[in-house]
Design a protein around this ligand. Structure first.
Ligand code: ATP
Ligand code: MG
Length: 449
């Protein structure tokens, strides 16, 4: 029985009292990305398994250990997406977006699935906000993508976050590096974990991304890719840095970043924090010039990043950053008697059709209980309608914040109430602007996006 009343380990419900936070973060991220020209793309939650083994890489942790893969009833191997880049690239290719004006810029908020050991900030179903930019090999594109990441954290007011960048070169310059890396790890083979011993022959760079503390420590002393970059890759990296400096974006070069997915080339980067324990990466990405070709398309240089929504929410909480509150009902219409209840239903609909949020009693409770409910749900205004009010053609509307009451005609009620409601919002805004309120104006406005 317990099975059907318990969510699967590593998954999370977002309850109605909390969902406005996710909505705010997700819509803010998509909105800022749209200012940079990124348009939302939506792709299926599952894809052919082959897509991920080909693009993410079959020696990566994600493919080797973390994918939710199963056969469907038709016997096809299906995988729940572990990340968003592969599906977006597949859609790009399938719909011939390379024939549209380039660069093509897409954004998404999607659920992702990875079989990992659940802990704070590490789930089996989590959500990523991601962007992808197709069709530019220029370092200006790298800088643009990184600067978008920087803007997002800046807008949300998150500090204690560092940008680390690296270049992992192209397949050409990586050949020499792989040799040096392999020789180094061979010399310390006895100390490596069993998975890394397997990686030694197939993909020694993956060892640098191993989560085992011992392998990690061995990796710290390994040769670094930056010493092996070819002239073109070196120049590309220098130009990326010059753009970041021109945009006043603070970064550190971390030669140990290799990223956990095989498709990356040249620039890779992470926004990391020390505020979430072991889950230090909040946003990560890079350039993947070979991916579209790898899945059967033409050569289309591309790059992107993904940020974990749950980790962003944890960071906001850890740093005490207040998000806009959930939207409260503009008006609660209490009623006395059957006739008044009909009127309440009519008025509520009228208000909703005018774009306001209104509620009335749909339980059949006493007026006292209705008002208690109105208070609990935080209604900004309330009114009580009885037969007398209907006969007189007017009702009293009470501002629950300051107790002031105002009489409004039932005829044209929605318009009249809208005026009252806007006046109250304007004076609230004035309080915020003059510093009489502790709500941050940008956040308040953010909530209106
Ligand atoms: P980590 O090193 O923490 O495992 P990763 O390198 O596997 O991260 P990416 O594949 O780059 O992560 O995914 C991009 C972002 O998605 C991460 O920076 C993180 O914010 C988020 N993320 C990744 N895996 C999880 C997870 N299991 N639960 C929650 N968020 C995650
Ligand atoms: Mg991981």
């Amino acid at each position: 029985m317990a099975l059907i009343t318990q969510a699967i380990k590593g998954t999370q419900d977002v309850l109605p009292s909390q969902s406005h936070k996710n909505q705010f973060v997700e819509s803010t991220l998509l909105e800022i990305a749209s200012e940079f020209g990124f348009k939302e793309i939506r792709t299926p939650v599952f894809e052919h398994t082959e897509l991920f083994t080909r693009s993410v890489g079959d020696t990566t942790d994600v493919v080797q250990k973390e994918m939710y893969t199963f056969d469907d009833k038709g016997g096809r191997s299906i995988t729940l997406r572990p990340e968003g880049t592969a599906g977006a690239a597949r859609a790009f290719l399938e719909h011939g977006l390379q024939n549209e004006p380039l660069p093509q810029k897409v954004s998404y908020v999607t659920s992702c699935y990875r079989y990992e050991k659940p802990q704070a900030g590490r789930l089996r179903e989590f959500h990523q906000f991601g962007i992808e930019c197709y069709g530019s090999a220029s370092p200006a594109a790298d800088a643009e993508v990184i600067s978008l990441g920087n803007e997002l954290f800046g807008f949300l007011g998150i500090d204690r976050i560092r940008l680390e960048i690296n270049s992992i070169g192209c397949p050409e310059c990586r050949k020499e590096y792989q040799k040096a890396l392999k020789a180094y790890f061979e010399s310390r083979k006895d100390e490596l974990c069993p998975t890394c011993i397997e990686r030694l022959d197939r993909n020694p760079m993956r060892i640098l991304d191993c989560k085992s503390p011992v392998c990690h420590e061995i990796g710290e002393e390994a040769p670094v890719i930056l010493d092996y970059l070819c002239d073109e890759c070196k120049e590309h990296f220098e130009k990326v840095k010059a753009y970041l400096e021109a945009m006043n974006i603070t970064y550190e070069v971390n030669p140990h970043i290799v990223r956990g997915l095989d498709y990356y080339t040249r620039t890779v980067f992470e926004f990391v924090t020390d505020a979430l324990g072991a889950q230090s990466a909040v946003c990560a990405g890079g350039r993947y010039d070979g991916l579209i070709e790898e899945i059967g398309g033409p050569h289309v240089p591309a790059l992107g990043f993904a940020a974990g929504i749950e980790r962003i929410l944890l960071l906001l909480e850890a740093q005490g950053i207040a998000l806009p509150e959930a939207k409260k009902p503009d008006l609660y219409i209490a009623s006395i008697g059957d006739n008044a209840s009909l009127k309440a239903a009519e008025l509520a609909l009228e208000l909703r059709q005018s774009g306001m949020s209104a509620q009335f009693d749909i339980v059949g409770r006493s007026v006292k209980a209705q008002m208690k409910y109105a208070d609990k749900i935080g209604a900004k205004f309330t009114t009580v309608i009885g037969d007398d009010d209907i006969a007189a053609g007017k009702v009293k509307v009470k501002n629950m914040e300051n107790g002031e009451a105002q009489e409004l005609m039932l005829e044209g009620f929605a318009d009249a109430f809208m005026d009252v409601s806007l006046q109250s919002a304007a004076s609230e805004l004035q309080d915020i602007a003059s510093g009489d309120s502790n709500i941050d104006l940008s956040k308040f406005l953010g909530g209106l996006i």
